[in-house]
Design a protein around this ligand. Structure first.
Ligand SMILES: [Zn+2]
Length: 211
């Protein structure tokens, strides 16, 4: 399922039911999908602030969500002609997708007609646990191939850069070479700190950023 399908899917919000139309988190707003974006529901606002701060930390441009859904996949980038809105990259789309998934998981568990609570830390822990699993999955084939080659082959650096892009992990794990020209995997500082913050065990196959 693509990110856009998720966004455009009609979520069963309370405004679809005649008997109860207020937000299930008790902010008093009429419950609506767009109210759960950006600066809408006050119980979710800080979650999105957290998510956007994390995305900005990955150096993928300043990410500014908005209640207008289209802005949700755009970021501000400085060009010679001034600031322009451009689509966020696939790494960031993945994080937004997971952020929605774990937000919705909690909202869906609140019974109709009752007021529930949203646990931001629980959602973010889910987001980064699943994200890390996906990163390790993307690296798994790479690690296997490199270990097999380790016997003799000397890989050129340019090739490793290609692999890094191919495996789509650059904001999270850096692919480089050691002094013997053998490939190395190293967590980026930002990603490593995030894993620590949410109690996710780093992989022993990937170097610590300070090593
Ligand atoms: Zn609300």
């Amino acid at each position: 399922m693509t990110f856009f399908k998720v966004l455009h899917r009609a979520l069963p919000t309370n405004s679809r039911f005649a008997d109860f139309t207020r937000c299930r988190l008790g902010c008093g707003h009429v419950e609506h999908f767009t109210d759960w974006c950006g600066d809408g529901c006050r119980h979710i606002r800080s979650y999105w602030k957290h998510v956007t701060r994390i995305m900005t930390a990955f150096n993928c441009g300043a990410y500014r969500p908005s209640r207008v859904l289209i802005f949700f996949t755009l970021k501000w980038v400085e060009t010679i002609d001034g600031w322009k809105l451009t689509p966020i990259n696939r790494h960031m789309r993945g994080i937004v997708w997971l952020a929605w998934k774990f937000l919705w998981q909690q909202l869906a568990a609140i019974d109709r007609g009752t007021i529930g609570r949203f646990d931001e830390t629980l959602a973010l822990t889910g987001v980064f646990r699943m994200h890390h699993t996906a990163v390790l999955g993307a690296l798994y084939d790479y690690i296997t191939v490199q270990q097999a080659k380790r016997a003799g082959a000397r890989k050129r650096c340019a090739r490793n850069q290609e692999e890094a892009e191919k495996f789509r992990v650059w904001p999270f794990v850096a692919i480089g070479t050691d002094k013997d020209d053998l490939p190395t995997l190293t967590y980026t500082r930002t990603y490593y700190d995030l894993l620590q913050q949410y109690g996710i065990t780093p992989s022993p196959d990937i170097n610590h950023p300070d090593s």
